[in-house]
Design a protein around this ligand. Sequence first.
Ligand code: PBG
Length: 335
Amino acid sequence: MSMKDFTPGAFPALRPRRLRQADWTRRLVRETTLLRSDLIWALVVHDGAAARVPVPSMPGADRLSIEAAVEAAIEAEKLGIPAIAIFPQIDVKKKNALGTEAANPDGLVCRTVKAMKAAAPGVGIMVDVALDPFTDHGHDGVIEGGRILNDESVARLVDQAVVQAEAGADIVAPSDMMDGRVGAIRAALEKAGKTDTLIMSYAAKYASAFYGPYRDAIGSASVLQGDKKTYQMDPANTDEALRECALDVAEGADMLMVKPGLPYLDIIRRVKDAFALPTYAFQVSGEYAMIRAAAANGWLDEDRAIRETLGAFKRAGADGIITYFAPRAAAMLDA
Ligand code: PBG
């Protein structure tokens, strides 16, 4: 080619593929990284003796006994997974309209937290603040005449969060989407002397189809009456997510979460850009189930799909990801 055919600022002077020619160049120019330290391991616990009880819609993410959850905490410590988020399956006999079991200091969640912290004190333990595992109607709050009562629900969530913090939970994560709950929980934690307890707010949580397998796992699917659209957000909205986050930040949230994950990458980016706070994505049960199901059929390469989806959250601006894949991902990632 002669120089007169050569146009600066265009092909062939510019060949982006040069940077992709070898593994070493690709590693050298990589813009985001996914590490073990980005992971929060989501797991479901139950109060029975069986170490692991399979959940048909979440193959591989079994319900664990307290003993098995303790083993998981020890494994997390070995793998360098910084934190575990636990979700309880509560015996139907303990469920009632007000979800009173949620604030039982000797309940499943508090006993699990204590056992995990005793065995693996270096692993952060996060707990959900919401009533849905404990109510006989499956809603996250208190219900009257078909309406979810905000302020009455907040009062119960506050009791729940304080009890969890007193049991040793490091992060309380309100997933209920009631108005004003972060501020009320923060005030109660201060009053209880729990000044170091972190609040990760499920700030932008959408009324999503992707929670189905989780509701099977905790046993709320069979009891849930109606839907959660009066408190969880409309999937069509994005400005509303920023407003929810702004309120939670003002009320004392330390960390923000967007949930579900992959269908809401745009929200993660906006939240991270707007608040510059630690921001987390929840790769929820339905996202887990989709990857597992496709992989089980041989339709996609599971390890690559896990890496790519978790990496997408980092690229979108997340500082970490809550995922049922955490131990499996950790095994293929650097510390
Ligand atoms: C509700 C709650 C949900 C999840 C955790 N806590 C959603 C819901 O049932 O409405 C979802 C977790 C998942 O799907 O993995 N407090």
